[in-house]
Design a binder for this molecule. Structure first.
Ligand SMILES: NC(=O)C1=CN([C@@H]2O[C@H](COP(=O)(O)OP(=O)(O)OC[C@H]3O[C@@H](n4cnc5c(N)ncnc54)[C@H](O)[C@@H]3O)[C@@H](O)[C@H]2O)C=CC1
Ligand SMILES: O=C(CO)COP(=O)(O)O
Length: 338
């Protein structure tokens, strides 16, 4: 059994704490909100995120040093807060303790992947990425799923799989860290696009087409950033995309759906406490794609809708007016078909 620190007590940090604790690990969960620390300590429940899940075995804390004093630390704050959180953690970090990145996104200011952010701010931490089809509430209830655990160091990766894996939470190991995290970040942007399609009533065919052309974009960006294409077809890419691009449980899909129905982005965001990572990541992915010289038409369309006040109808019209191309050649733009 291990001592696991979990930094971030939103829905996902809470679900991971419940899962690790049920597996018999000693879990210390750091929360940003005092209300959450007190709620877990006093009542064994997180009052703000997944309040229905019992957390009796979990020690809640507002002290980062306590969460960092562990065999491994899971980083579960939203992507745009991760750098600041790592800076706060740095003085408490013990060399060699693995940092397992559970946030899904790309940093807006730097276009950096989460592993690049953590490598810069916690240089003594071996890095891993945990990503895949994992709605927090289902994991917290113990329903089965499988995830990608990416770690460049094989021995540390195997140790993490051992600690994190249970019969119903099944990690598959890879050394492709960038591939795992590009999948988790880009699928959120694509899930927004699929939500818009559904909200607009464009049909199941359109959604399936978007998912398929979306995975081509995800793969193109990941490969340009140094990942292996096959990782994108695994749990952290295709697996998570299938989940989030077709379920109202997804914050990203449901935000897209509401946009497609005509609601404003400001109103949708004002009505939720939880993070919708694809909103910031859509802009960041655009910057990253430009830097790497790859074209991502669906992601660019989502960024245009969210951040450049482009209308839904003109956005859809422009996507449908793109020239016909050969289907294969995923990794390039594909030869023109006419
Ligand atoms: N909820 C889910 O089903 C899953 C979420 N994730 C990822 O996990 C990450 C965290 O998401 P959730 O747990 O769902 O968040 P959430 O939406 O449930 O909660 C928001 C989180 O943001 C934190 N927060 C707010 N202001 C902050 C600040 N200034 N500094 C640090 N933290 C602050 C809150 O304390 C809370 O932990 C995201 O990157 C998300 O994509 C990954 C897999 C599943
Ligand atoms: O990443 C997730 C499931 O794997 C959660 O997706 P949402 O953030 O869209 O709810």
């Amino acid at each position: 059994m291990a001592r696991i620190g979990i930094v971030g007590a939103g829905a996902w940090g809470t679900a991971l704490a419940a899962t690790m604790s049920r597996a018999g690990h000693d879990c210390v969960l750091w929360a940003h909100e005092t209300e959450v620390v007190e709620g877990i300590r006093d009542n064994g429940h997180n009052p703000l995120f997944l309040p229905e899940i019992a957390l009796n075995g979990v020690a809640a804390t507002g002290d980062l040093a306590a969460a960092a004093d562990a065999d491994a630390v899971l980083l579960v704050v939203p992507a745009q807060f991760l750098r600041a959180q790592c800076r706060r953690l740095r003085s408490h970090w013990k060399a060699g303790v693995p940092a397992v990145i559970c946030a899904k996104g790309v940093e807006t200011d730097s276009f950096a992947a989460m592993s690049e952010v953590v490598a810069a701010e916690l240089p003594e931490a071996p890095l891993a990425v945990l990503s895949g089809p994992t709605f927090a509430v289902e994991v917290a209830r113990g329903l089965p799923t499988a995830i990608t655990l990416a770690c460049a160091d094989a021995a540390i990766g195997r140790q993490l799989v051992d600690w994190i894996g249970t019969a119903s939470f099944r990690p598959y190991l890879t050394d492709d860290v960038i591939g795992a995290e590009v999948g988790g970040a880009v699928k959120n942007v694509l899930a927004i696009a699929c939500g818009v399609v559904e909200g607009q009533g464009l049909g199941d065919n359109a959604r399936a087409s978007l998912i398929t052309r979306g995975i081509a974009e995800l793969m193109r960006l990941a490969v340009a950033k140094g990942a292996r294409a096959e990782t994108c077809m695994g749990l952290s890419g295709l697996g998570d995309l299938i989940l989030t691009a077709s379920s109202q449980q997804s914050r990203n899909y449901s935000l897209g759906f509401a946009l497609g129905e005509g609601k404003s982005l400001a109103d949708i965001l004002a009505s939720r406490r939880s993070v919708t990572e694809g909103v910031a990541t859509a802009a960041a992915v655009g910057g990253l794609a430009a830097k790497l010289g790859v074209e991502l038409p669906i992601c660019a369309a989502v960024a245009g809708l969210l951040h450049q006040s482009r209308g839904i109808e003109e956005t859809i019209r422009d996507l449908l007016a793109r020239p016909f191309r050969h289907e294969l050649g995923f990794l390039g733009e594909g030869r023109p078909a006419t």
